[in-house]
Design a protein around this ligand. Structure first.
Ligand code: ATP
Ligand code: MG
Length: 254
């Protein structure tokens, strides 16, 4: 779904991203780990076209989007939940979610899946975004990105400063969206029991997820694949299931 080749980026002369190459597959979660300041957010901004990459190639769904403007990347199906959430505090929850539809044809509706994953949003539709708790704002930010039914969902440290119960909900949502594990599928099917919703889940099965995290357990529990970044380079990569054995936790801690 996403293929990045030899990506380089500099901030005023210092080499921030150093020849990064990786892929993110449809229906899979790729966890990108790395300590503060190693370049994770810079990479996400390059993927979104918010900053220009110096060299390299970004291929999304077979299209070269290396030089495409941000709005085109969004329209072609990349959903982005930036670090620190960035919802619209003065707009209501509903209005925030509707903003997520901006890249879709007129008449598009907020998918039911958003409220199935985050029921709290349904009960707070008329509240202003800024009045929500930090965790609820994060759910709203993810809901807004899901509203456009992305084919690639990029999440930059969604658990940062969030309480454990909401972290659990967010983890569940990521799993459902990537449709990973039959147990989750069954649970989801049981919960909704309408053909419409099941179809929706099947559709979401095509979603590729790139999850930036520093919370090791959360990233590992969700990862099909992992990447570990250190000063703008990937120093380790592999299967999510091998993260403990590979010593990723220790590498992140040093
Ligand atoms: N606009 C900018 N101009 C110059 N340097 C920057 C800019 N933004 C970030 N940097 C520097 O680039 C490096 C990478 O920053 P980045 O935000 O990508 O790290 P990160 O891995 O996302 O960190 P964190 O985990 O704290 O979010 C850091 O050294 C940071 O100080
Ligand atoms: Mg960051």
């Amino acid at each position: 779904m996403l293929k990045v080749e030899n990506l380089n980026q500099y901030y005023s002369g210092s080499h921030i991203l150093r020849g990064l190459s990786f892929e993110v597959e449809a229906g899979k979660v790729t966890s990108l780990l790395g300590r503060n300041g190693v370049g994770k957010t810079t990479l996400m901004k390059c993927l979104m076209g918010l900053i220009k990459s110096k060299s390299g190639q970004i291929i999304f769904g077979g299209q070269d989007v290396t030089h495409a403007p941000t709005h085109e990347r969004v329209r072609s199906g990349i959903g982005y939940v930036p670090q620190g959430r960035e919802i619209f505090p003065r707009l209501t929850v509903e209005e925030n979610l509707l903003m997520g539809l901006a890249s879709l044809p007129a008449g598009a509706k907020i998918p039911k899946l958003v409220f199935e994953l985050f029921p709290v949003l349904k009960t707070m539709l008329r509240r202003r975004g800024g009045d929500l708790s930090g965790g609820q704002q994060q759910q709203l930010a993810i809901g807004r990105a899901l509203a456009m039914e992305p084919r690639l969902l990029i999440l930059d440290e969604p658990t940062e400063g969030i309480q454990p119960s909401i972290i659990k909900d967010i983890g569940h949502a990521i799993r459902v969206v990537a449709q990973r594990g039959s147990e989750t599928e069954r649970r989801v099917e049981e919960r909704r029991q309408t053909q419409d919703a099941i179809r929706k889940v099947a559709e979401t099965g095509k979603v590729a997820i790139l999850l930036v995290e520093q919370y090791y357990d959360f990233a590992r529990d969700l990862a099909d694949h992992y990447l570990l970044m250190e000063r703008g380079e990937f120093i380790m990569r592999g299967l999510g299931a091998d993260m403990d054995r590979d010593g990723v936790r220790e590498a992140l801690a040093v």
